[in-house]
Design a protein around this ligand. Structure first.
Ligand code: PXL
Length: 277
């Protein structure tokens, strides 16, 4: 028996909902073999309103982890929180060295609930070093605007403009997570493969317990690509996977409610509709 090998290059969220832990939990749900190269550790202080701190790991620690994991032969890789330009460059070198085309770039710029961008130089570094490797990139609305160099999209038409610009930067497929933020009747994400735009729609879930949703979505795409699904099938399946995870999100404490990463395999996934737009 051999398992498909999935690697996350990301930060660890010590609270377990987002980041590399979300990725590993998700990889496991798909029966793939998860590995990690940690870039930083994010902690939350219960004595100070759950305020975040990010401890960046020494760059040699990242390089040594990448060497370990990549030496085993990777079937798919995803990126998450990358705290500075040096980490972004090192991550790009790791992706190149891995030799896999199954590359999912989740361009994490801020943590949910925090409004400070990790590092202002990161957007340019992601554009220069990471997007050209992306088989799929999964920005939220804010991240899509930043990468595309336009204001944060607020409509489907503005999302299309952003997706085209991000595709032109080298990402072969772009998924912009509109979700509930568009205020539409359905939670809508836009998928662009360079030719056709698709709206992926699910019934919105009225919850604040969605911490880690973005990481879980991108990790699910990564696992599905490792298992050989087409990009479109991987993205659509992952929308179902994360919709179930959000539907069964739960309250960890007074500050945070993570998604339930394994919900789909217990309760099934809600229906996702896909239409060309
Ligand atoms: O959800 C974005 C995110 C990604 N990675 C890490 C995080 C968070 C948000 O908390 O802590 C490590």
């Amino acid at each position: 028996m051999t398992l498909k090998k999935t690697l996350t290059i990301a930060g660890s969220d010590a609270s377990g909902g987002a980041g590399a832990l979300a990725d590993i939990k998700t990889f496991q749900e798909y029966g793939t073999y998860g590995m990690q190269a940690l870039t930083c550790v994010a902690t939350m202080d219960p004595d100070n309103g759950w305020s975040h701190s990010v401890y960046t790991l020494p760059i040699d620690t990242l390089k040594a982890q990448l060497k370990t994991a990549i030496s085993t032969g990777i079937d798919a890789v995803k990126t998450g929180m990358l705290p500075n330009e040096e980490v972004i460059q090192t991550t790009a070198e790791g992706i190149r060295a891995s030799g896999t085309n199954n590359v999912v770039i989740d361009p994490v710029m801020v943590c949910k609930g925090e409004d400070e961008v990790l590092n202002p130089g990161n957007v340019d570094a992601m554009i220069q070093y990471l997007l050209p490797h992306a088989l799929v990139t999964t920005p939220n609305l804010f991240e899509a605007g930043q990468l595309a160099g336009i204001k944060t999209p607020k409509t489907i038409d503005e999302m299309k403009v952003a997706a085209e610009k991000i595709h032109a930067l080298g990402a072969k497929n772009v998924v912009i997570k509109g979700g509930r933020s568009l205020g539409t009747e359905k939670a809508i994400d836009l998928f662009f493969d360079g030719k056709t735009f698709y709206a992926l729609e699910a019934d919105p879930v009225n919850t604040n317990y969605n911490h880690g949703a973005g990481c879980t979505f991108a990790a699910s795409i990564t696992a599905n690509l490792a298992k050989g699904l087409s990009v479109k099938d991987a993205v659509v399946a992952s929308k179902g996977f994360v919709a179930a995870a959000i539907e069964h999100g739960w309250q960890l404490n007074q500050y945070v409610g993570p998604v339930m990463h394994g919900a789909k395999n217990i309760y099934g996934a809600p229906e996702i509709t896909v239409r060309e737009i």
